[in-house]
Design a protein around this ligand. Structure first.
Ligand code: ADP
Length: 268
């Protein structure tokens, strides 16, 4: 059996997805990027193949993507995260939703991608200048509130009142604003809901730049946060499809492309 790997070297995490000849996901791994992400990506791939009992010689094609993609020299090909994200979204939502608008929130950036009826990228918009509206912002907030990022959703749904407005447009100032809100005896639940709505408002602005088309899809690590999903759905006023493994869909897209490229090379 031949296998295909997609490696997404992100700013926060390295994500690896392995697919078989039928493009079915057979394994995945998420590990921290760190400073030596090339070395970490290499090690993570080796470990994953071992866990899956796949011989290295059976891995016939690898596509890298993400911020550190060009440094992963073993890859047969590298593609932009926009293309990989679009392919991954299309495949991950197959049978559930025809994706037309992809929202991706990563560790240090957020994007909106508009797709045509064939799943091709027609336009995209990106925020990589400001931490507000990214996973980093959520990490800072969670740290300040002394809770885990994986607990934010629970707090969001326990919020009783109107979500507190967070007015600062910068993550650094927002941190001081949160300290002020805590000092004024506001609950952690209401602060968390307020943070989610402030991110949701920014994301909706980003999505509006490419146009909001039905077939909305959201991925990246923060899509694991159901509270944030709820806030974005309420701000957009439409339902959004979340894939089963939102953090690895870009690497999954790269793995799917690896299978397609290999098939194409063997057909000519
Ligand atoms: P990148 O591709 O830029 O490395 P990711 O898509 O991996 O980024 O997203 C990383 C972000 O996802 C983290 O900063 C964190 O805020 C969020 N995250 C990771 N795991 C979880 C979780 N279990 N629940 C909620 N949020 C999470």
């Amino acid at each position: 059996m031949n296998y295909f790997a997609g490696i997404d070297i992100g700013s926060t995490a390295i994500k690896i997805a392995i697919v078989d000849e039928n493009r079915a996901l057979v394994g995945q791994k998420i590990s921290a990027s760190g400073s030596m992400f090339y070395k970490y990506a290499q090690e993570a791939l080796k470990e994953l193949l071992k866990e899956l009992n796949i011989d290295e010689s059976d891995l016939v094609y690898t596509v890298s993507t993400g911020y550190g993609r060009k440094l992963f020299k073993e890859a047969d090909e590298n593609i932009s995260e926009i293309t990989a994200n679009a392919i991954g979204a299309r495949e991950a939502a197959r049978g559930h939703c025809e994706v037309k608008t992809v929202i991706n929130i990563g560790g240090q950036d957020s994007k909106a991608i508009s797709l045509d009826n064939d799943g091709n990228v027609v336009n995209f918009s990106m925020n990589d200048r400001c931490a507000a509206g990214t996973g980093k912002f959520l990490d800072v907030v969670a740290l300040k509130l002394e809770i885990g990022v994986d607990e934010l959703s629970e707090y969001h749904f326990k919020s009783q009142g109107t979500p507190l407005p967070i007015n600062s447009t910068c993550a650094v100032f927002a941190e001081s604003e949160i300290i002020g809100l805590l000092g004024n005896n506001n609950s952690v639940e209401d602060i968390v809901a307020g943070v989610h709505y402030s991110i949701a408002k920014r994301i909706v602005k980003l999505v509006k730049r490419v146009g909001i088309k039905e077939g909305l899809y959201f991925d990246g690590g923060p899509a694991l946060n159901g509270g944030l999903v709820n806030a974005i759905e309420n701000e957009i006023g439409k339902e959004i499809f979340i894939p089963e493994f939102p953090q690895i869909t870009t690497s999954f897209g790269a793995a799917v492309l690896a299978q397609e490229s290999h098939q194409y090379e063997n057909a000519i």
